[in-house]
Design a protein around this ligand. Structure first.
Ligand SMILES: NC(=O)c1ccc[n+]([C@@H]2O[C@H](COP(=O)([O-])OP(=O)(O)OC[C@H]3O[C@@H](n4cnc5c(N)ncnc54)[C@H](OP(=O)(O)O)[C@@H]3O)[C@@H](O)[C@H]2O)c1
Length: 348
């Protein structure tokens, strides 16, 4: 197959490019040449900034592709520009959207028909935490309009694994590594909220494999895309990480009300943790993806590979801005703050 990746050099796209090349596909990558250099010499690289319409259209002026996977669209105008530039020259267009498109996670089941966010200002151009989901919903609408029935939309949950630039999942691995060294005196690891609360994430390599399969199969439609295949709880997740990285460490479960009262920010101060009211974001229905070939590798493998990558790369809780958005602070509680929270919890 001839495949075009709009992106392809950072995280999810990087795994997509690797897998597509390994499968023998002819791969073209469009990017600005900033995120990585020298990657994928076997692919064709078209260097352009998709925020500069003329430059983007010129870079795509020639060629045709069986499938396009767009990992780098955050604004509807970027999708419209892709549709205009590629008109009549692509088979399938896949937009990588997000479960953040959903208006609410209050409902018992969040499936692909759940209502989407709407933005007060649909012409917004700033991508930040408040606008990200609504803008992705508008990207989806632009994709359906621009590519009509040639369109597939995936809505990933939290993507994890090697090359993750967000540092979220990785923070927990590094927290337990620290417990195995610095906290050898027996200080516990703060475990947030309800150990029985559901938690969902997907190894970006499994997400990439599913996307590639959809390109090969020519499927259409809208799909939630997360894992694992069988429900996982926060307790089981932290216990698995503990056993893998710091078997002597203890967990100190601290309840949600206390953490919120202390100003601990869900998701960013303690990655993956969401208060019960938003817990539906970890209970998204992935039946449709499973029915179309999603396979999630064992958690132990993701832990092993992500730890090896982070150790080699020296990756820490980096939290790069969404393209076009403002800078954001690093993820994860600082050690001193976590120690203070633990002390306050035990003293209450
Ligand atoms: N991380 C998560 O947990 C999560 C969850 C749900 C959904 N998602 C979605 O999944 C996708 C993940 O993307 P990724 O970063 O992993 O993909 P990626 O394809 O590996 O990296 C982003 C690519 O886009 C290129 N790019 C960025 N801005 C560009 C521009 N203005 N013009 C041209 N190229 C540009 C970057 O290269 P250059 O910098 O060199 O241009 C890079 O190749 C995003 O759409 C995100 O919304 C992520």
């Amino acid at each position: 197959m001839k495949m075009l990746l709009l992106g392809g050099t950072r995280f999810l796209g990087r795994h997509l490019a690797r897998q597509a090349l390994d499968a023998g596909h002819e791969v073209t990558l469009l990017h600005r040449g900033r995120s990585a250099s020298g990657l994928f010499p076997d692919a064709e690289h078209r260097i352009a900034d998709r925020d500069r319409d003329g430059e983007f259209a010129a870079a795509l002026a020639s060629g045709g592709w069986d499938a396009v996977i767009d990992t780098s669209a955050y604004l509807p105008r970027q999708v419209q520009a892709a549709a205009a530039a590629l008109a009549g020259r692509v088979g399938q267009y896949q937009l990588v959207s997000s479960i953040s498109v959903y208006a609410s996670f209050d409902t018992a089941i969040v499936d692909e028909d759940t209502a989407l966010q709407t933005l007060p200002d649909p012409t917004a151009q700033l991508v930040d935490g408040a606008s990200y989901g609504g803008l992705k919903a508008l990207c989806e609408a632009a994709a359906h309009e621009g590519f009509e029935d040639g369109c597939l939309v995936s809505r990933p949950g939290l993507l994890v694994g090697p090359f993750d630039p967000t540092g979220r999942f990785t923070w927990w691995l590094q927290r337990f590594q620290r417990a195995a060294t610095d906290d050898a005196d027996g200080s516990p690891v703060l475990a947030p909220g309800d150990p029985g609360a559901a938690v969902q994430f997907i190894d970006a390599r499994d997400a990439a494999a599913w996307m590639l399969h959809q390109a090969e199969a020519g499927h259409r439609g809208v799909y939630n895309l997360s894992g694992p295949e069988s429900p996982l709880t926060m307790g089981a997740f932290l216990e698995t990480v503990r056993q893998a990285l710091a078997p002597a460490a203890r967990l100190l479960w601290v309840d949600e009300a206390f953490l919120l009262e202390q100003g601990v920010a869900p998701w960013s101060d303690l990655p993956l943790w969401l208060p019960a009211a938003q817990g539906g974001a970890h209970r998204v229905d992935i039946t449709r993806a499973l029915d179309t070939g999603l396979h999630c590798r064992p958690l132990a493998q993701t832990l092993r590979d992500t730890t090896a990558w982070a150790d080699a790369a020296g990756a820490v809780g980096a939290r790069p801005a969404v393209p076009g958005g403002p800078p954001r602070p690093p993820v994860g509680l600082a050690p001193a703050r976590e120690a203070a929270l633990q002390a306050a919890w035990l003293k209450r």
